[in-house]
Write a protein that binds this ligand. Structure first.
Ligand code: ADE
Ligand code: ZN
Length: 340
């Protein structure tokens, strides 16, 4: 980290997050309370709850978590409390990935989105973090199921639902770009912004397909693009933003931080943002993640501010809201300078 930046400064910086899964953001205490309320066994000993041997067991655990949430009140309060915790981290705005397949034991899409929107609205009314939804497909779903979600999104427009995402295990699913191309084209045709997990459990070929077949606006992770110089050049040239999650990659992908390609991505001119992915499962916050990235990349305050501005620009909300987020940052920096 450069001399002018530390964790306190990062904690106070108004931040924006574009890659965080609600399913991986529910505190352990809440999970234990719900498990005992419904008499559900834990999948393993509590001290080993977050030990995963790869993405497969990680994703199965998300199904277990969502199976614990059954009442409208619990759902609304999970959304509200999520926004409250992000506010404590000084996150001004977040795009929150929710994958309805993890919730399908107890929730229809109508009830799920209604409860989450109610919680996010209450939080926003109280001046807490402005949370928007990215509804997500699972890589192992069928093309019909994917179109079903997109049709639902087209029929149920809401300013709190800002885009379509796809996550899950690309390695287990095989090459699925062709399977989902039509659903993504339909979303795009209806003016719905899109993002895709790629170049995490897939190699660079997953990122090529996300660009060429899904034609997404942004990529979640995308870090394995670093293995392909032509792809790096394209990402830089076309100004495609990669929503990178360093700690998540260190748990699920790279055995050590020295092997993580973040610096290579930056040196190649690729636009990256800093995100937490599944903060409760990984034991991190957005501030701790920023500190880790700043330390790895030797960032100064100027780098951190530039990255925040880039994150705002890549958000899927409207231009007026983006302008407000830039102004909030200006105001914070202005105040900071006047205190010197
Ligand atoms: N869902 C939640 N976290 C994920 C990750 N890291 N990769 C793919 N799908 C996910
Ligand atoms: Zn993710």
């Amino acid at each position: 980290m450069a001399a002018d930046i530390d964790e306190d400064w990062l904690a106070n910086l108004p931040k924006v997050e574009l890659h965080i899964h609600l399913e991986g953001s529910i505190p352990t205490a809440m999970l234990l309370t719900l498990a005992s309320k419904y008499g559900e066994d834990l999948p393993g000993p509590v001290e080993k709850l977050y030990e995963f041997d790869g993405l497969k067991s990680f994703l199965e655990f998300l199904d277990w978590i969502c199976g614990l949430i059954r009442s409208n009140d619990d759902l609304e309060s999970i959304a509200y409390e999520f926004a409250r915790r992000l506010s404590e981290q000084r996150v001004s705005y977040a795009e929150v990935i929710v994958n309805p397949t993890h919730w399908s034991r107890h929730w229809t899409l109508d009830r799920l989105s209604e409860g989450l929107i109610a919680g996010f609205e209450r939080a926003a009314d109280e001046g807490l973090t402005d949370c928007r939804l990215l509804l997500s497909l699972l890589r192992t779903q069928s093309s019909d199921a994917a179109e079903g979600l997109v049709d639902w999104m087209i029929a149920n427009r809401n300013p709190r639902i800002v885009g379509l995402s796809i996550d899950g295990n690309e390695q287990a699913a095989g090459r699925t770009g062709p399977r989902f191309a039509h659903a993504f084209a339909k979303a795009r045709g209806a003016g719905i912004a899109t993002t895709a997990h790629a170049g995490e459990s897939s190699g660079p070929e997953g990122v090529w397909d996300a660009l060429d077949l899904l034609r997404v606006n942004r990529i979640d992770h995308g870090v394995r693009a670093a293995e392909d110089p032509k792809l790096l050049a394209r990402l830089a040239r076309e100004e495609i933003v990669l929503n990178v999650c360093l700690t998540s990659n260190l748990v699920l992908l790279y055995p050590s931080i020295e092997l993580h390609p973040l610096r290579k991505l930056l040196e190649s001119g690729v636009r990256v943002t800093v995100n937490t992915d599944d903060p409760e499962l990984l034991g991190i916050t957005l501030t701790s993640e920023w500190a880790k990235v700043a330390s790895l990349c030797g960032w100064s305050r100027e780098d951190a501010v530039a990255t925040t501005r880039r994150t705002i620009d890549a958000a899927f909300c409207d231009e007026v809201r983006k302008r407000e987020l830039h102004l909030e940052l200006d105001y914070y920096l202005g105040l900071e300078n006047s205190e010197k």
